[in-house]
Design a protein around this ligand. Structure first.
Ligand code: SF4
Length: 458
């Protein structure tokens, strides 16, 4: 009887052991030793940055058509350049000798190694898509320090990462330029930029929470990162510090290195003494990326004294847009790696992202579908980062035109741009569903009312 009832549940939980895919299944890494694989320097030195290096890893496993598809994407659509540490690449098509077919179908490949044929052919970009779609640079209090929420700031301490995600919301700034996108450059020298951030925070007693991000803090020389966080820890009103690093998943070897563990231990000890919560926020989008090395690196950070490790994933079509994919990922994080499922963001309205984006009503359905399986404290919230507003839970919508895919949102605080704007708290702010998800009447409306951009603004 109980078996029959269980099998009727929409999702069936079973504990699954983590697996590190065997990198030796790939011709280019056939002779790579365990010691090399665990070495962060080896991983950084063997990152795949172009099609030639990808061919060297896969040998004859993928046909020319796949590489042509990738090259066309790099030339005509990509907003991020290629950068894949071996650890990240190895999580694509795990458990098999990959073929082009397997890679095309693979969720990690779809967001980390986008190809031209993935993109929406009719509307690669939404007419309202933009670089810096969240207007973070407009809200810089000083260069790189976004002050959007009253009590929280985002410190973009560097513009690089050990890996580049195809859908990166900070495509305006992060990474090297692509044929489609000339990246914004910081003007201040790194040391001056960090000094200016600390000075601003010293004179901002209303700020209690600093997200130290980029980019990815794993690319910052450790002594510089430690010195910066140490200075934040000296500011009396700063109570939460969150270090943002996708590398916990993409390059766990970095966080396992002895000098990094020792440095984190020093920071965590100071944080605890001062009563500050020091946490790591990572970014994992598919269950197969949670491997034993990721769990080990997370354990090392918790052992070093970090209070919590949380995941902020991105909701992406073809990657994790099903209840089972979200729950499998959340259980892998929570049960096997001690990472707290925290958020899944809707993919932002950046150029050439329509094939990844979900409509708000699809996200609402997913939020509904995952309720009740995870503990309440570990049930991730699905959130929409509404331009000029900030994160809103997907059910906080005020009104919604489903035909045209326009949702309307309000907010309860002023960003740094609106200190003197009396309408800021009563105005509605718009967010747009992908046009391909709209009914025919809505798609017709957009065809009549919008020019169809095919290129990211460079
Ligand atoms: S790790 Fe984060 S900042 Fe870096 S490319 Fe990916 S999404 Fe962008």
């Amino acid at each position: 009887m109980s078996e029959r009832v269980l099998s009727e549940q929409p999702y069936h939980y079973r504990r699954r052991a983590l697996v590190e895919p065997d990198w030796r299944r790939l011709p280019g890494w056939r002779d790579v030793t365990e010691a090399e694989w665990r070495d962060a320097q080896w991983q950084r030195a063997h990152c795949v940055k172009n099609v030639r290096q990808l061919r060297a890893v896969y040998g004859d496993l993928l046909g020319d058509a796949f590489y042509a598809d990738l090259e066309r994407d790099q030339a005509e659509r990509a907003t991020m350049s290629l950068l894949l540490p071996p650890q990240m690449l190895n999580t694509m098509a795990p458990g098999q000798v990959p073929t082009a077919e397997a890679l095309y179908a693979d969720p990690v490949r779809r967001y980390m190694l986008p190809v031209f044929s993935d993109r929406d052919p009719a509307w690669p970009s939404h007419p309202h898509a933009s670089r810096d779609s969240l207007h973070e640079a407009e809200m810089w209090a000083v260069e790189g320090l976004t002050h959007r929420y009253p009590t929280k700031v985002l410190a973009e301490v560097l513009p690089t990462c050990p890996q580049y995600c195809g859908h990166c919301t900070r495509m305006d700034l992060v990474g090297t330029s692509t044929p489609q996108v000339d990246k914004l450059k910081f003007h201040l020298k790194p040391v001056d930029r960090l000094d200016a951030m600390v000075e601003y925070l010293r004179r901002s007693p209303g700020v209690r929470d600093v997200v130290v991000s980029g980019g990815d803090v794993a690319n910052m020389p450790w002594p510089r990162l430690e010195a910066f966080v140490d200075r934040l820890l000296e500011i009396d009103n700063i109570r939460d510090i969150r270090l943002a690093t996708k590398a916990l998943m993409g390059l766990p070897q970095h966080w396992l290195a002895d000098d990094i563990r020792a440095g984190m231990h020093r920071l965590a000890r100071t944080a605890r003494r001062r009563g500050v919560s020091l946490a790591i926020h990572t970014h994992v989008n598919a269950a197969q990326q949670v491997t034993p090395l990721v769990a080990e690196a997370t354990g090392a950070m918790l052992d070093a004294g970090v209070r919590d490790v949380r995941n902020q994933g991105v909701l992406l079509r073809g990657v994790n847009d099903s209840p089972a994919a979200l729950l499998d990922l959340s259980f892998a994080l929570l049960d096997e790696a001690a990472i707290m499922p925290y958020y899944f963001y809707l993919c932002d309205m950046i150029p050439n992202a329509e094939h990844w984006r979900l409509a708000v009503h699809e996200a609402q359905a997913l939020q509904h579908a995952i309720m009740g399986y995870l503990p309440g404290f570990a049930t991730p919230r699905l959130v929409c980062d509404v331009p000029y507003v900030g994160k809103r839970w997907v059910h906080q919508i005020e009104s919604y035109d489903r035909d045209r895919g326009i949702s309307y949102w309000t907010k309860n605080y002023r960003t740094g741009l609106e200190r003197d704007d009396p309408a800021a708290l009563t105005r509605s702010y718009e967010y747009y569903d992908p046009i391909s998800t709209l009914p025919p009447a809505g798609q017709d409306w957009w065809r009549q009312h919008a020019a169809r951009p095919v290129r990211a603004a460079g």
